[in-house]
Design a protein around this ligand. Structure first.
Ligand code: FE
Ligand code: FE
Length: 202
């Protein structure tokens, strides 16, 4: 029974088609809001995150491949699957406000992803030090997402895009949970094992 409900909810969650009422509301919203400066800023913020989430799907795959421990590989894999859902939610948010989903280069995310790549290059394969460093790189990404989704959800509430706000808040919660999960993994054993590693251990 519980499983059945979850499946139904999942299905609903991944659909980004609008109902007739939602489409009507979106057209109305577009008419009312398109001249507003705040709407333009909100839209830019959504495009920034739409770009960031797309970039993260492949970045998380690279980090999963590079990670040493199964625990961290699994955490990156889980969050990659969540990230694909974040893209679908953004798709729906664009539609709910009567706009077309579009990406706009996010230099901050490009920089954070480049830092992650740098860590992979500068740490020896198979070390705990690499995992300890990758966790911090991933947490920097999550914090960028938390700040962005927190702000966007708040703006959506201000502009009375309540359904869009709910979707943005759902993603925000998942980013926060990921950040906490990464801390747990680091503190459970990775950081302690990393502390014992010496340069010539490899
Ligand atoms: Fe995300
Ligand atoms: Fe994330």
């Amino acid at each position: 029974m519980a499983t059945k409900t979850a499946t139904k909810a999942d299905k609903k969650e991944t659909t980004n088609e609008l109902t007739t009422a939602e489409t009507k509301q979106a057209t109305q919203t577009k008419k009312e809001m398109e001249d507003s400066l705040l709407h333009q800023f909100f839209l830019d913020g959504l495009k920034d995150m739409y770009y960031a989430e797309h970039a993260l799907v492949s970045a998380l795959q690279n980090m999963e491949d590079a990670a040493t421990t199964e625990e961290l590989k699994e955490a990156f894999e889980d969050h990659r699957l969540q990230t694909q859902k974040h893209i679908l939610r953004l798709d729906k948010v664009f539609k709910l406000i009567g706009e077309k989903p579009e990406q706009k280069t996010c230099k901050a995310m490009d920089g954070l992803i480049a830092e992650g790549e740098e860590i992979i290059k500068s740490t020896p394969e198979g070390t705990m030090t690499r995992d300890a460093a990758l966790i911090i790189a991933a947490q920097k990404v999550e914090h960028y997402e938390i700040a962005s989704y927190g702000g966007l959800a708040q703006l959506a509430v201000t502009m009375k895009h309540h359904k869009a706000a709910d979707l943005l808040e759902k993603t925000l919660e998942e980013e926060e949970e990921t950040d906490l999960d990464l801390t747990d993994i680091a503190e459970s054993f990775i950081n302690f094992e990393a502390e014992k590693e010496k340069e010539d251990d490899e």
